[in-house]
Design a protein around this ligand. Structure first.
Ligand SMILES: [Zn+2]
Length: 413
């Protein structure tokens, strides 16, 4: 197992492996099979044949390889149906095949979690986000990963990958944080810094993307469609789309950055532009709008959101009107997202979504006003199931989801 992991780490550190077309196709099929077992397991060999449209013998050969190399294992037999036929052997990811670290860097706190290959948490620690330079903050985080490994007595060699979620624009190919206004980061090579500290592949998503990945995996495991668009409404606004089970990353890193699209509010935004969506519907925007409406209280977005929520629940008409306006504005923005991405489900996450129906009802109304009826009537709009847990879970999955990525060659040979 130890030698397998060395090989695994070696393969993962190689960003490009020279292969023939045939090798590449085999690697891609093996990755596909692994990823279905990971996302939808336990599954049987005939499930895999059905889901991949590969031949029975191709599936069998890849499954045998994956079992031999320790990536997956057999786990019992499917519950017998009344027909009395032969019961299928179920396959699942071998949780012990490797360990990943998930890192969520928040504005206030940074959490590091170790998880097994199935994503089960092994240990975690939360610290204040370091206010030192970004590089030394990342180096401290790497030290935390090493500390966690040593306190759980897991050999360093079993660490296969690191996933990071942070509130900023991330260039998908390089894992560089282009800008994270709330962290004060600009052009920080996050993946490179952590990779040189920990010597394993590091993958970085922005927080909204990580949440979408987590939400998608969560519903996928319940047998629902993993495809969704997530609209994050907190201190900032962001969107992320999972299509066909995969996060849509785009090329530039700006995919989903809808918070800084102009909507003509006439208000100066934190990005330096005037009139962005974020000036209208984020937590801080609710704080400003509540001040304008005459509510006393903190200018802090979260406190204001809670204050307005309580006032609305107790029947305050001005508070209700304010949330109604914010919700409708969100619905109008969401209409664009839905008509471009075409998901079955729109998930609302972030602190503002904690207002529940106070915000969800006007959001649905705004959607009906702005989107085509066929879109507004058929899309499921709901709050995030995972809520605040989605960020860290998403960071872990950012590492795990890449494990099966064909171009990284993890399962290629
Ligand atoms: Zn802006």
């Amino acid at each position: 197992m130890e030698r397998e992991n060395d090989r695994l780490r070696e393969l993962m550190s190689t960003s490009r492996i020279e292969t023939t077309n045939e090798d590449a196709a085999a690697a891609s099929n093996r990755s596909l099979i692994y990823s279905i077992i990971w996302q939808q397991g336990p599954v049987s060999r005939s499930d895999l044949v059905r889901k991949t449209s590969l031949t029975k013998s191709t599936v069998s050969s890849h499954v045998d390889d994956l079992i031999d190399s320790g990536f997956i294992k057999e786990n019992g037999l499917r519950q017998s149906s009344s027909t009395g036929g032969r019961r299928a052997v179920l396959l699942e990811v071998n949780p012990e095949s490797h360990i990943v670290a998930g890192i969520h860097i928040g504005v206030r706190q940074t959490t590091v979690v170790l998880a097994d290959a199935q994503g089960n948490e092994v240990d975690s620690v939360t610290k204040r986000t370091s206010q030192k330079t970004p590089t030394s903050a990342l180096q401290e985080t790497a030290t935390t990963v090493r500390t966690l490994l040593s306190r759980t007595k897991i050999p360093f060699s079993r660490l296969a990958a690191v996933g990071v979620a942070l509130p900023g624009v991330v260039q998908p190919d390089t894992g560089t944080c282009i800008i994270a206004p709330n962290l004060g980061w600009r052009d920080i090579p996050v993946a490179d810094v952590l990779q040189s500290e920990l010597n394993v592949p590091v993958f970085v998503n922005n927080t909204t993307q990580a949440m979408a990945v987590a939400e998608s995996q969560y519903v996928g495991a319940r047998g629902e469609s993993p495809d969704l668009a997530l609209l994050y409404v907190g201190t900032g606004i962001g969107a992320a789309v999972v299509d066909n089970g995969r996060l849509f990353r785009g090329r530039s890193g700006y995919a989903g950055e809808i918070g800084h699209v102009g909507v003509g509010s006439g208000i100066l935004c934190s990005c330096g532009k005037v009139g962005c969506l974020e000036t209208l519907v984020s937590g801080p925007a609710i704080a400003r709008r509540s001040q304008e409406a005459g509510f006393e209280g903190s200018l802090d977005g979260q406190a204001s959101t809670e204050l307005i929520g309580r006032a609305a629940i107790s029947g305050d008409r001005a508070a209700r009107k304010l949330l109604d306006d914010v919700g409708r504005d969100l619905g109008h923005a969401a209409a664009w997202l839905l008509q471009i991405a075409g998901p079955d489900t729109l998930v609302i996450g972030g602190g503002v979504s904690a207002l529940g129906n106070l915000i969800m009802e006007p959001l649905r109304a705004g959607l009906r006003e702005s989107a085509m009826a066929a879109v507004a009537d058929t899309v499921t709009v709901r709050r995030s199931y995972l809520d605040s847990r989605a960020k860290l879970r998403g960071a872990t999955l950012t590492a795990l989801q890449q494990v099966d990525e064909p171009r990284r060659g993890l399962l290629a040979r």
